[in-house]
Design a protein around this ligand. Structure first.
Ligand SMILES: Cc1cc2nc3c(=O)[nH]c(=O)nc-3n(C[C@H](O)[C@H](O)[C@H](O)COP(=O)(O)OP(=O)(O)OC[C@H]3O[C@@H](n4cnc5c(N)ncnc54)[C@H](O)[C@@H]3O)c2cc1C
Length: 359
């Protein structure tokens, strides 16, 4: 049975809307949205969500529709945040009517409690977090979340609210938490908990410091899930450093027993090795930096170049997560040397040496 559809209309005041909306459509095309020209203006569709632009005199209208309230929130936020971003000095203002007026907090936000902290290896700490709605992180298409790392100067934790324009607002914008991406390593539906494995890197960043200091009873804000999913293939090649180890470990556990492949994991040394569950025909090989700084080696790309891909190229899938420079080298290898299509590979930059994640 089809559920009800949730709809809202945004009124956008823009002096010169044409270029701004065109840039938004262009941007959404990169995110695999379907963009067509409707009778009144552009129509965007992504998943079950749609946004239709039209004009009413001087005002630009956008009608959004989604199968649920969370989808409606995401549609309103995506339209509003991008229009505000792309409008530069054209002072855009957006107000919404329709469904979603009751959304006060982002529906993908929740507060979890630290219930266990465990040292897995010298540089990896596992936090077990408990909450009411962890089922939303089950399944490989719900692999990541954002941790809200509170700033040290904030006396009280800052939690996100949804403003009238549809974007996130903070009581004290200067004290808003920093967002850091982490992988949900595992979900225990019975216990109502998730595990997250944090790399404790020496180039101390807010995410790493948070994990190091976290203690049982701490409250942690998270937003998600996002990203993830793993394409079906007969043969896999996984590559990652320790930041992608939780994601690779979780994906390996979900692979059917019949698949084969190779896994390469770069870590500091033998003390960082973890026992992983993988199908019998998937070999796991560890590469050691031994004192060289994380993100400074070519260990992963070098070994990937030596791998013989199976004859049946249709059944191949390459997945990699690592530091930015290594990401660039592996992506070029997958696309230009192995000529893999978008359906046959996903190579992601998980962090940047010397750089910091945006707030
Ligand atoms: C989709 C996704 C999933 C991720 N999952 C995980 C996960 O499960 N566990 C995990 O630990 N990380 C994970 N990461 C990586 C993590 O988000 C980054 O390492 C992030 O930069 C950590 O934030 P920070 O506040 O500690 O450091 P930042 O403030 O971002 O950076 C501060 C300094 O630390 C350096 N730095 C950052 N990360 C590292 C590192 N790993 N080693 C050495 N130096 C570093 C930076 O170069 C910079 O100089 C994931 C990233 C993505 C995109």
């Amino acid at each position: 049975m089809q559920g009800r559809e949730y709809t809202a209309q945004g009124r956008i005041a823009l002096r010169n809307p044409g270029p701004v909306i065109a840039e938004f459509c262009e941007h959404m095309l990169e995110h695999n949205a379907d963009v067509t020209e409707g009778p009144s203006g552009p129509v965007l569709r992504l998943g079950g969500i749609s946004a239709t632009f039209s004009r009413e005199g001087e005002v630009t209208l956008v009608d959004v529709a989604a199968p649920d309230l969370e989808g409606l929130y995401l549609a309103r936020m995506s339209v509003a945040s991008h229009i505000l971003e792309f409008s530069d000095d054209d002072l855009a203002a957006i107000t919404w009517t329709g469904d979603g007026g009751q959304i006060v907090r982002p529906p993908n936000f929740q507060i979890l409690e630290v219930v266990e902290c465990r040292t897995l290896t010298p540089h990896m700490r596992r936090l077990t977090l408990s909450g009411e709605n962890v089922a939303r992180f089950a399944g490989l298409d719900a692999l990541h979340l954002n941790i809200l790392v509170q700033r040290p100067e904030a006396r009280e934790p800052q939690w996100p609210q949804v403003g009238a324009s549809g974007v996130i607002v903070w009581d004290s914008p200067d004290l808003r938490p920093l967002l850091r991406k982490y992988t949900v390593r595992s979900v225990d539906l019975g216990a109502g908990t998730i595990d997250i494995d944090f790399v404790l890197h020496t180039d101390t960043g807010p995410g790493s410091c948070f994990a190091e200091k976290a203690a049982v009873g701490d409250r942690v804000g998270v937003m998600g899930p996002g990203g993830g999913g793993l394409a079906v293939a007969d043969w896999y090649l996984f590559a990652g450093d320790e930041t992608a180890l939780p994601a690779i470990a979780r994906m390996l556990e979900h692979l059917p027993p019949t698949v084969s492949g190779r896994v390469f994991l770069e870590v500091e040394d033998e003390a960082e090795v973890q026992a992983l569950l993988a199908p019998a025909a998937v070999s796991v090989e560890w590469l050691f930096r031994r004192g060289r700084p994380p993100g400074s080696t070519t260990l992963l790309i070098d070994v990937m170049k030596t791998v013989s891909f199976p004859e049946n190229a249709e059944s191949v899938y390459v997945w990699a997560g690592c530091e930015f420079e290594t990401f660039r080298a592996i992506r070029a290898f997958a696309r230009q040397v192995k000529c893999l299509t978008n359906d046959q590979h996903l190579v992601v930059s998980y962090w940047r040496r010397g750089g910091t994640e945006e707030a």
